[in-house]
Design a protein around this ligand. Structure first.
Ligand code: JB8
Length: 286
């Protein structure tokens, strides 16, 4: 998979050199190219923003600079800032052409708090794409005509990673790249690690995971729940499901409320009834 990232702060993406994603890049599973938006600014001051039409606070990112940057990245031969050589290391375009089999165009991802929610399902959908281009805005965001223009040529997704406001799209892009990258074939060491995650489709669907434990069996007086040492696989599975239900009710009442009764057995329903007595007491939210 090829990932292009355009930002006025390429240094934000240094973490992509390490761990899972760093190793995927070394192996060639992932081809990540980080670009400095200001490389496509024309004036001496490398201006990328201007005042908003209609007034109001802050600044808006100029469409011309973004248009040139995105056009150049799509054309493939652009100055590329690589985090490996330290911030601002410039390398002439090119790279592995095999990364985008059959050519084609990238899907354009624009992080914004007003976008559609980023979910595990969307992460999986994006992990199935050969080429993604992330456009990281700053200030009050990117002139909306950029999304309109590329929407006529590319699939454009404005995406929010959650209901809070960051200073720009860089950290949201890191979050999405990590969530997407770990789903790529061969990126996780254990092929099964991705399937029983809290929000992965399958097994504990619609439940968050319960607590996990490792050795020693007693740490600072805290014991590992004895059932986990019992070797009784059936009891372990039941206990884990109970704990997942308890945590879902406690931490994610909206997920608990949306549980399909068809996916719950008698034991589950009895536990939920018990827990429902304590359901969201007034003032106890948060
Ligand atoms: C300016 O919270 B966010 C986010 C915030 C932003 C921009 C992009 C994303 C651009 N502020 O996901």
């Amino acid at each position: 998979m090829r990932l292009d990232i355009v930002s006025i702060f390429p240094e934000y993406f240094a973490p992509l050199d390490v761990s899972l994603i760093g190793k995927a890049r070394e192996r060639g599973t992932l081809d990540v190219r980080v670009h400095q938006l200001r490389d496509w600014a024309h004036d001496v001051h490398k201006t990328v923003d201007d005042t908003p039409y209609g007034g109001g606070p802050g600044m808006v990112m100029k469409p011309e600079v973004w248009g040139e940057a995105i056009d150049a990245v799509i054309a493939g031969g652009s100055p590329t800032t690589v985090t490996e050589g330290g911030p601002s290391t410039t390398v002439t375009g090119g790279g592995s052409p095999a990364a985008v089999a059959g050519g084609g165009l990238p899907r354009l991802i624009v992080p914004t708090p007003s976008g559609r929610p980023f979910t595990q399902e969307l992460a999986q959908e994006l992990a199935d794409e050969p080429w993604l281009l992330f456009a990281c805005g700053r200030y009050e965001g990117i002139d909306s005509r950029v999304m309109a223009e590329y929407g006529t040529r590319l699939r454009v997704d404005e995406i929010s990673i959650g209901d809070y406001v960051l200073a720009g799209g860089e950290v949201a892009t890191l979050v999405m790249v990590e969530a997407i990258g770990r789903l790529l074939p061969g990126v996780l060491g254990n092929a099964h690690s991705a399937v029983d995650d809290s929000f992965a489709p399958g097994a504990m669907r619609n439940l968050v995971e319960g607590p996990v434990f490792t050795k020693p069996p007693v740490w600072r007086g805290h014991e590992v729940p004895p059932v986990l040492l019992s070797g009784h696989h059936g009891k372990v599975a039941r206990w884990r499901r109970d704990e997942a239900l308890r945590r879902t009710v406690a931490n994610r009442p909206e997920l608990a409320a949306a549980l399909d009764p068809e996916t719950l057995d008698k034991h589950d329903r009895r536990l939920l009834e018990e827990l429902s007595f304590r359901f969201q007491p007034e003032d106890m939210a948060n």
